[in-house]
Design a protein around this ligand. Sequence first.
Ligand code: NAX
Length: 328
Amino acid sequence: TQSPVNVTVTGAAGQIGYALLFRIASGHLLGPDTPVKLRLLEIPQAVKAAEGTAMELDDCAFPLLAGIDIFDDAKQAFDGANVGLLVGARPRTKGMERGDLLEANGGIFKPQGEAINAGAADDIKILVVGNPANTNALIAQAHAPDVPAERFTAMTRLDHNRAISQLAAKLGVPVTEIKKLTIWGNHSATQYPDLFHAEVGGRNAAEAVGDQAWLENDFIPTVAKRGAAIIEARGASSAASAANAAIDHVHTWVNGTAEGDWTSMGIPSDGSYGVPEGIISSFPVTTKDGAYEIVQGLEIDDFSRARIDATVAELVEERDAVKGLGLI
Ligand code: NAX
């Protein structure tokens, strides 16, 4: 067997953390042959709750769980980290302006970026889940100049999975029939779930749907506003599905996409598809041997262009705002 992989999870005592840690420990993140050591980061007031979760993890006697350490200091939590799941963030509360939200998150993701730079392992892979995920990832990345920028990613896999599920339901096919779905842009209401390059049982998905009105007025808003619909129904935001998407994101990054398929990841743009270089935007990507590549050469029609441009414009605004605040 391999030596254990260090997985640092921030916001470990939160609701996503509670749904996430047990799946990491049971082998779903890195596979059935890879032991893991959990390094949990919380704010001091939540350390006790994290300790409670750690007690439950112990009580599962997971064969792959090689240890749990709990920290309230980012430098210690990221020391030796191979994988970092950045879940803890400052949510937007009533009456909060965007500038305040970005500033509060800068206070979290700047020191975490510095801690990653200082002590993470050379092969560190970072997934930011905490919102605003794309821009939080950008802040952390800006403060880790010694880590290759492409190791900082943001989660749009939940949006991706939601889109697959909606499309499969519409067409009455199993989710396994859906390939090459893409989420473009920001993990926000402006995101663009793209069916024009997706396939259903080998056929173009937009053609299989054959209903532009459904695509525009039903599918896109349902996927983009699913988070709000979950809050409305459950009285709490998505947790198990978000944790599942985080598992999927890292698992795919490490283990590769299937032949003839791709996934969606928020990654630093290299300028592909006219997305300004450096912003962290979701793209169609293939993964292999722990690295990812943007799928090139897709034809973007006017409908898709306008939607990609709108979500990318929001990311540019967020980047300019955090720049203005001196956070990057
Ligand atoms: P919770 O409020 O349940 O948990 C957040 C936890 O983070 C708390 O325990 C808090 O003490 C901790 N925390 C705060 N600041 C911290 C810091 N500086 N270091 C370490 N821990 C810190 O939120 P939860 O429902 O778990 O959601 C976590 C984040 O995921 C939120 O920002 C949420 O908006 C975001 N989401 C992102 C999604 C995505 O698709 N990218 C979907 C689900 C979710 O909404």
